[in-house]
Structure formats: C-alpha cells, structure tokens
Design a protein around this ligand. Structure first.
Ligand code: 5GP
Ligand code: ZN
Length: 114
C-alpha cells in the first residue's frame, strides 16, 4: 500500500513522533492534536476499515487496546484516564483508510461527541 500515509509512517518513509512500537502495532502523535495528548494507535498490517478485519486479525485489536493502556500507564494517566475512539467510514469522518484508534487525554472530554 505505497500510497497509504500510515504505511509510510510504519516504513519510516515519512517522519512521525513515535511513542510505542511492537511487532504488530505502532503509536505516534497526531499531527493535528484535538487534545493535549492525541496519539494514533495503528496495526502494522494495512487494514483499511473495521469492515476489512479478518478472523486472524482479532488479536491485533486486543493487542492494540492493551498497548493503549500500557502507554497511558507510562504517561501517568492511570487516574485521569483517556479516550480511545475509531472513525469508520464517511459519517464518522474517517479520512485515513488505514484503521486507527485515536487516543485522547489530558483534558475533560465531552460526551457524546458531535
Ligand atoms: P480520521 O479522521 O481518519 O479518523 O483521522 C486521521 C487522523 O490522522 C487525523 O487526526 C489527522 O490529523 C491524522 N494525520 C493525518 N495525516 C497525518 C500524518 O501525516 N502524520 C500524523 N502524525 N498524523 C496524521
Ligand atoms: Zn496502510
């Protein structure tokens, strides 16, 4: 997926402020932060949306959520917490078609979102 911006970040073809990496997952700072802490957690496998998840991808989603908790703990967010959200397709406002979770923290967050 040469044209995918997140695959390019994974392959170090474009720079990103990476905060976490393991065999299956990468996390980096969002270029346009919507909160004091705004990270993106992505699978290293190019999966465009939730609709493209295969049964063998299930562990990636679990690993990704545990990675978010690990990073949150490291950032001292155990008490204040964080939000993990994913936009799927048009109505949700998905712009990058390499699935990802937004990790938002560092201020009280409104619910429900707009
Ligand atoms: P979506 O709307 O698809 O859920 O969110 C895509 C997110 O990716 C946006 O918050 C946007 O700021 C972020 N983003 C887009 N291009 C880049 C980039 O090249 N680098 C980084 N770090 N974030 C990006
Ligand atoms: Zn990709």
């Amino acid at each position: 997926m040469q044209e995918c911006i997140f695959c390019k970040i994974i392959n170090r073809e474009i720079p990103a402020d990476i905060v976490y990496e393991d065999d299956h997952i990468l996390a980096f700072k969002d270029i346009q932060p919507a909160a004091p802490i705004h990270l993106l957690f992505i699978p290293k496998k190019h999966i465009p949306t939730f609709f493209d998840l295969e049964p063998e991808d299930s562990h990636i989603i679990g690993d990704l959520q545990r990675a978010a908790a690990t990073v949150a703990r490291e950032m001292g967010l155990k008490e204040r917490g964080f939000r993990l959200v994913s936009n799927c397709m048009k109505d949700a406002g998905q712009l990058v078609f390499h699935m990802h979770y937004h990790f938002l923290a560092g201020r009280p967050l409104q619910w429900p979102p707009g």
